[in-house]
Write a protein that binds this ligand. Structure first.
Ligand code: NAD
Length: 284
């Protein structure tokens, strides 16, 4: 495989997991975020995740050490100038991502691939702000990244076959199963998942049942491993809100209208697990 070095933009819920799986596969990773506190939190999450794998006897101390040794951190995008691929996992906000990709296009070496882990934003539009649109692609990992095997690979209209093949190969190299999807709001995974979570939020908002009740109904009744509101907390309520808005605006169809509770929860800073409170409250 030609890809040896990876830049990951954003050290949050997804970025630290992506950095972990790439580093564990032996790739050199530069994890970038806007502040040291985000990077420290990201590294702490990776360490906890590796410790959990040791406890389950899936890896040994040596593998933990080797994985951590493969990860460098940086607060400036310039640090990604030499990497073979960038996987962007910053906050789900179109303007922010367009700005990051325009910068990456200027900074990164000409043959570097620029991938985004966006949950819903058009890859074709993201590719359009670069002068290497054929080397832009979506790599949509699932949460939590170290546990979930799927990578939804989204081709922008401009993505070349070479870029697709390279990302397909990288996904398999890091132990994931790539599945191709077309560029459309929410792609496939979130086109199906997020409307269900949005409907669960409506059920909660309208007082049809408690959060626990709604989740129990979906777990026991539909054999879902996790209830939709607990899943929303895991994903992040700001991310769920951003994705349902992309679906609503992208299709112009009222069936995707966002539940008003998303705006309230985001305004209150109740973003789910990452802030300790969402539909449920969490300890440390
Ligand atoms: P998060 O809020 O946990 O983390 C986002 C990180 O991006 C933060 O650490 C933030 O400081 C950083 N960031 C913000 N602006 C930045 C910038 N200009 N440069 C570098 N870093 C910046 O969010 P997340 O859940 O990790 O989501 C990241 C991306 O992954 C989003 O596009 C989201 O849609 C997607 N995604 C999320 C999930 C999920 O379940 N949470 C699943 C698949 C895909």
């Amino acid at each position: 495989m030609n890809i040896k070095t990876v830049g990951v933009v954003g050290a949050g819920t997804m970025g630290n997991g992506i950095a972990q799986v790439c580093a564990a596969a032996g790739l050199k990773v530069t994890l970038q975020d806007i502040g040291d506190e985000h990077l420290e939190r990201g590294l702490a999450t990776i360490t906890t995740s590796l410790d959990r794998l040791i406890k389950k006897e899936k890896i040994g101390e040596d593998e933990k050490k080797a994985t951590l040794a493969n990860i460098d951190t940086a607060t400036k995008l310039d640090a990604l100038a030499g990497v073979d691929i960038v996987i962007e996992a910053a906050t789900e906000n179109e303007r922010l991502k367009l700005d990051i990709f325009a910068q990456l296009d200027r900074i990164c070496k000409p043959d570097a691939i620029l991938a985004s882990n966006t949950s819903s934003i058009s890859l074709t539009r993201i590719a359009g702000v670069t002068d290497r649109a054929d080397q832009v692609i979506g790599m949509h990992f699932m949460n939590p990244v170290p546990m979930m095997v799927l990578v939804e690979v989204i081709r922008a209209l401009q993505t070349s076959d070479d870029t697709y093949r390279a990302v397909h190969e990288l996904s398999e190299f890091i132990g994931k199963v790539p599945v191709e999807a077309k560029d459309s709001p929410g792609f496939v995974a979130n086109r199906i998942l997020i409307p269900m979570i949005n409907e669960a939020a409506y059920a909660y908002y309208e007082g049809l049942a408690s959060a626990e009740g709604i989740d129990e109904i979906m777990k026991l009744g539909m054999a879902h491993p996790m209830g939709p509101l607990a899943l929303a907390d895991l994903i992040g309520l700001d991310t769920c809100y951003a994705v349902i808005k992309v679906l609503h605006e992208g299709f112009g169809d009222s069936k995707y209208r966002p539940c008003p509770i998303w705006q309230q929860m985001v305004d209150a800073g109740y973003l789910g697990r990452k802030t300790g409170r969402g539909f449920y409250t969490y300890g440390d």
